[in-house]
Design a protein around this ligand. Structure first.
Ligand SMILES: [Zn+2]
Length: 271
């Protein structure tokens, strides 16, 4: 599943190219996770002003209205001046004067949804419960600490839930907890202040670094220009069960938490 860094890398790969373009047509393939919520013809003639990101949603600000896009489990976006004809897994084409933005999504858990603005109930349903944006200034140690103090679930599961902070998916949660030297099974509310400070810092660092490196290819991610990321080449614990910890050489351990794999070093991340 594309995680926050991959979505941000995707955004960076086409945002400047599409800005200012006029929409010439919207072509839909098979149904996606959610309907477009407007007649595709009603978007013709509107302009794409800018592309923002909130969590794992891309927000295309139009001169009138907003187009929210999500890559789902297996979706990827491409932006091409001269695209090939749409294939059987291409389910959304936004044809513009600058090129075609295409959602390729074999499993069809992705979506493109039109809303009047961010307060529109259609948008609120998708964006309303999202936690703090980890790479923004709104994500402060103070707020992070306050939110964690109210939660009894394990810190790993609280991070994955996305209600406190968005975008810390399975890979980055394992990595950030390792770097902050925190056992993933500890209750969020039981983290000490120094641990919260370290975790806050490592979440930002690991996500910023993943964006810088072009995202992760742990699944089938490629950005809108078709380049693959290579963050996984330097994972500290993720996917390294039984291999020596890069810090202390203790074998990395894997456990299941809420159906998801968690990787950690039992020595570096003492309970
Ligand atoms: Zn270790």
């Amino acid at each position: 599943m594309p995680e926050l860094p991959e979505v941000e890398v995707t955004r960076l790969s086409f945002a400047t190219h599409i800005a200012g373009a006029r929409i010439l047509g919207v072509h839909l393939g098979k149904p996606l996770r959610w309907p477009l919520h407007t007649d595709p013809r009603s978007l013709v003639g509107r302009h794409v002003v800018a592309v923002r990101r909130r969590g794992k949603y891309l927000l295309l600000d139009l001169d009138i209205g907003l187009l929210l896009m999500h890559l789902g489990m297996s979706g990827s976006l491409s932006f091409a001046v001269h695209p090939t004809p749409a294939g059987k897994h291409d389910h959304f084409d936004l044809e513009t004067t600058h090129g075609v933005l295409r959602l390729h999504d074999p499993r069809r858990f992705g979506a493109a949804v039109f809303a009047q603005n961010e307060s529109d109930p259609v948008a609120q349903k998708l964006l309303g419960k999202l936690g703090m944006e980890p790479l923004s200034d709104d994500f402060t140690v103070l707020l992070f600490d306050q939110e964690l103090a109210r939660r009894k679930a394990s810190i790993k599961q609280v991070l994955l839930a996305g209600e406190v902070v968005v975008g810390v998916g399975n890979i980055y949660a394992s990595e950030a907890l390792f770097l902050a030297r925190i056992r993933p099974t500890v209750a969020a509310a039981r983290l000490s202040r120094p641990q919260v400070i370290r975790l806050h810092q490592e979440i930002r660092k690991v996500l910023a670094r993943a964006v810088e490196k072009g995202g992760s290819t742990l699944r089938d991610f490629s950005n809108a220009q078709g380049n693959e990321g290579y963050f996984q080449l330097e994972a500290m614990v993720y996917g390294r069960t039984g291999q020596p910890c890069r810090v202390c050489t203790t074998p990395v351990r894997m456990i299941r938490q809420g159906q998801r794999s968690t990787f950690f070093c039992p020595q570096c991340q003492k309970p």
